[in-house]
Design a protein around this ligand. Sequence first.
Ligand SMILES: [Fe+2]
Length: 181
Amino acid sequence: MDIERFVADCVAANAEANAQAAVNEVLARAVSTPGAVLAALGAPEKAGLTILLESPTLTIFSATWTPQMNLMPHNHLMWANIGIYTGREDNLFWQRTPDGIRAYGADALFEKDTAMLPEEALHSVTNPLQRFTGGIHIYGGDFFNTARSQWNPETLAEEPSDGTRIREMFQRENQRLGLAP
Ligand SMILES: [Fe+2]
């Protein structure tokens, strides 16, 4: 897999009329050969984000989850595509109600699977396996510089979120497991 070529293909697809679906086609093609993605990005050894593209209209990164890592409910405020190249990522979907957010659905993503989340989606993520999970995450906007929300996993209180908070969460997870931050 040629990462530069992959990013260029995503940028081109993002210019199409149905950008999210077009980008997802590129993503699905990439993760259809997960071994090639793994060879290009390296086998995950800690929780982390490797940014492949940051632009006002498109953000692409690989995200690696430690064994049994959890990520609290959060929104993106832009469409999001996820493609898994190793391990498994379980998604729990939430919706706003008059009494706060409530879980209403789930999707288990395995190697080679992709998911297309709409702009209003709200999800929490778990790696249920006792090994690392790796996925390519693509967002139809400037993911790291957008003020978004996350929800406390126990109280479900809404809190501000952004790229800095997400990075801190990954660092804490690595510290918890005694891995380099
Ligand atoms: Fe997310």
